[in-house]
Each structure stands twice: as C-alpha cells, then as structure tokens.
Design a protein around this ligand. Structure first.
Ligand code: 13P
Ligand code: SF4
Length: 304
C-alpha cells in the first residue's frame, strides 16, 4: 500500500468508527496528514475533553493517552504503540511523590502533565509547559512543590516574584542534554537568529532565550515574528512543522540529538492498524482516575 492509500483507509475508518486522531508536535510529520488536531499537550488535552467522538487515537506518548482517557472516560482511547513512554514521566511514581511530600507536609503540589495518572492523583493541580506560570500563580502560595521536571519548576520560579518553587530532581533527557555551548555554537553561525526555547531545557539555556514557550507557543511566536532566522531549542518535530508552514524563514535545530525516540515510534501504518484492531486501548483505574481528574480539571479551568 502506498502512502495515499493508507491515508485514504485511515480517513474512511475514522468516519465509520466516529474516531479522531490527536497528534503531538513531536510526532513524525506524516502523522499530521491524518490528524484532526495537532499541537502541544495543553491543546490536545482540551481537544480530548471536548471531543464529540467515540474513539480517540492518540499519536503521542502514554501519559497523553492516559490523560485523554481520564478526561473522556466514556470514550475509547487508543495508543498505537504501548512502548511510546516518556522518560520524564518515568522519573517519579506515587510512592516517591508521597516520600517527597513528607518533607513539606503542608505545601501544594503541582505536577507537570508529563507524569503518570497515579502521580496526578497525588497532586493538587496539574500543569503543562503552556500554563505552568499561571498554574503556580493561581495557588497564591509562598512555596509550592513541583514534580517531576526540575527545569520547568526552576523556570516558573525565575518568572514569578515571591514564590519559592521546590522541585523534584526529574527532567526530560532530550531537553536536559542541551547546553549553553550548543546555543553559542549556533549563534556564531546565525548571529541574527532568534533563540526559541522550550522550558524543559536547563535554566542556563532558558536564560539565553528570546522566547520561552510550549511547542505550540513557539510555533505561534515564529509565525508572528518579523525575524527571518530562528534557532529552535526543543525537539526536531517543531523544526519540521515550521519548515512546512513557513517556507520563507530559516530554522536551525539546536542539535541533531534533539529527538524524542518514543515520540517517533508511530508511522501512518500504526495509526491504520490501531483503528482497524482497536489497538491498544488505554484503561485507568477508576479510583486513581477520579483523583487525577481533579488535578487536571483544576488546571483546565485556569483559562491560560
Ligand atoms: P508541550 O507539548 O507542552 O510543548 O511539551 C512538550 C513535551 O515534552 C511533551 O512531552
Ligand atoms: Fe517525554 Fe522528553 Fe519525549 Fe517530551 S521530549 S515525551 S518530556 S521524553
């Protein structure tokens, strides 16, 4: 079967089964050709909650499909490859979070959406990279705990006056590996380029940025900018989408290692197989889902 035939089959099955495909910005770009919605974690969570579909095929990683299932428990949520995990989400489990909380008994816990359902269930409020600052501010607390991403937590701390953000030592290996020297090297080659950074990067890297934001926010900022050259300091999928959407501008990926391997596991064939065989259905324990939903709903109700 060639690509056009696969796309045709997927579209036919989507109609027959009343299914939609949600695709994260880091997916292989071919997935966008069958996606009903493409974007960052916050945007996709909102679409999952609002979807008028019987089936959601999540082209992303496990915690995203799990979050969609928690938001839409009556829908069938499919993740086409169960090996598509997130190394950041794996850095903390519920027992580890309970231990961490014991050291700071009365502080509210913010958990990055890149976490398991059981960690969300142990937290007070969830956040994504798009709304972390507003979520932390919404708590009106002098001190908050932030899990699992120490870099996003540090970024929030640097941007909000009067709040101490106590972070768990987790991180995303893809963003954690990016250094200030990488930025300097690219700046030597492209001195006029704007530096667009995802807040999962280390603090020293984020400080060099002209713009800091989620994947969708970076894409939007580039489209609105009058600048012609951009150094993209996040995963490769963002560069591919910008090259597709803005052919007149120049994009430089911070380094060739900025690739999330688990995000790249899916291809069009996997979406087709998933729809044909209802593979693989994501289930979340009802009690955990109910508690996790409180954290996610509290985040979604913050309009930012
Ligand atoms: P956003 O989708 O919030 O930009 O985050 C990127 C990410 O790492 C998702 O796993
Ligand atoms: Fe997880 Fe990092 Fe991959 Fe995002 S880029 S899914 S945080 S491992």
């Amino acid at each position: 079967m060639d690509k056009a035939q696969i796309i045709q089959k997927i579209n036919k099955l989507k109609k027959e089964k009343n299914a939609i495909v949600l695709a994260h910005t880091y997916q292989n770009i071919e997935i966008d050709e069958v996606a009903d919605f493409s974007g960052d974690s916050l945007y996709l969570s909102r679409q999952a909650a609002a979807a008028n579909a019987d089936i959601i095929v999540f082209a992303g990683v496990y915690f995203m499909a799990e979050t969609a299932k928690i938001l839409s428990p009556d829908k069938t949520v499919l993740l086409p490859n169960l090996s598509a995990g997130c190394a950041m989400a794996d850095k903390i489990n519920a027992a580890q979070l309970r231990e961490f909380k014991k050291n700071y008994p009365s502080l509210p816990v913010v958990c990055y959406v890149n976490s398991t359902a059981e960690v969300k269930a142990e937290s007070d409020i969830c956040c994504t990279s798009a709304n972390a600052l507003n979520v932390v501010k919404s708590l009106n607390a002098k001190e908050v705990l932030f899990v699992p991403d120490k870099h996003l937590g540090a970024y929030a701390q640097s941007q909000i006056e009067g709040v101490k953000v106590i972070t768990y030592p987790g991180f995303c290996p893809v963003h954690h590996a990016i250094t200030v020297d990488d930025i300097k090297d690219k700046k030597l080659l492209y001195p006029d380029a704007k530096v667009m950074v995802h807040p999962e990067c280390p603090d020293a890297v984020t400080q060099t940025a002209d713009f800091v934001g989620s994947t969708t926010a970076i894409i939007k900022a580039v489209k609105q900018s009058k600048a012609q050259e951009f150094i993209i300091v996040t995963e490769k999928g963002v560069v591919q989408r910008l090259e597709r959407d803005c052919p007149d501008k120049k994009f430089v990926l911070i380094n060739e290692k900025a690739v999330c391997e688990t995000m790249k596991l899916l291809h069009l064939e996997d979406i087709l197989r998933s729809l044909e065989n209802n593979e693989y259905e994501i289930k979340v324990d009802e009690k955990i889902a109910a508690r996790a939903l409180k954290s996610i709903d509290r985040m979604i109700s913050i309009n930012a």
